[in-house]
Design a protein around this ligand. Structure first.
Ligand SMILES: [Zn+2]
Length: 134
């Protein structure tokens, strides 16, 4: 790892940032230029206080068509927060650096359970009156 400012490798660990989900981000200090940075510096997640996986998930459901407000409710965030994440990543995309979202495949467990309820309703082709023809 090199300093994003001067590319020096004279960097030292300089404390940690604790996120809302209690994961932490390592901070670094460059001894060459005195610049502070962290693991997320240079990524769209820089300076966000939310775990990148949460941001990634929220934006994934947004691309699946969930509204900003519904997304906000689902993740316990204000809808303005969701919008800000979207703008942040859109800005990064325009600048030519693809979002660094960790690249992990995300599986929403139980995703399809509720969509199949209607298939269990009784069929309506039962013969009225129970008459037999054979
Ligand atoms: Zn430096």
């Amino acid at each position: 790892m090199n300093c994003p400012e001067c590319q020096s490798n004279q960097i030292v660990k300089n404390g940690k940032i604790t996120l809302q989900d209690h994961s932490s981000i390592q901070k670094y200090l460059c001894k060459a230029c005195d610049k502070q940075f962290n693991e997320r510096t240079g990524t769209p997640m820089a300076r966000l206080r939310t775990a990148s996986m949460v941001v990634s998930l929220a934006l994934t459901v947004r691309t699946e068509g969930l509204g900003v407000r519904a997304t906000g409710r689902s993740f316990g965030k204000a809808h303005s927060t969701i919008s800000r994440w979207e703008r942040r990543l859109a800005d990064q995309a325009r600048q030519g650096s693809p979002p660094a979202l960790g690249g992990a495949e995300v599986t929403l467990e139980g995703d399809e359970v509720d969509t199949r309820v209607g298939e269990n309703l009784p069929q309506k082709h039962a013969v009225p009156g129970g008459s037999t023809s054979q």
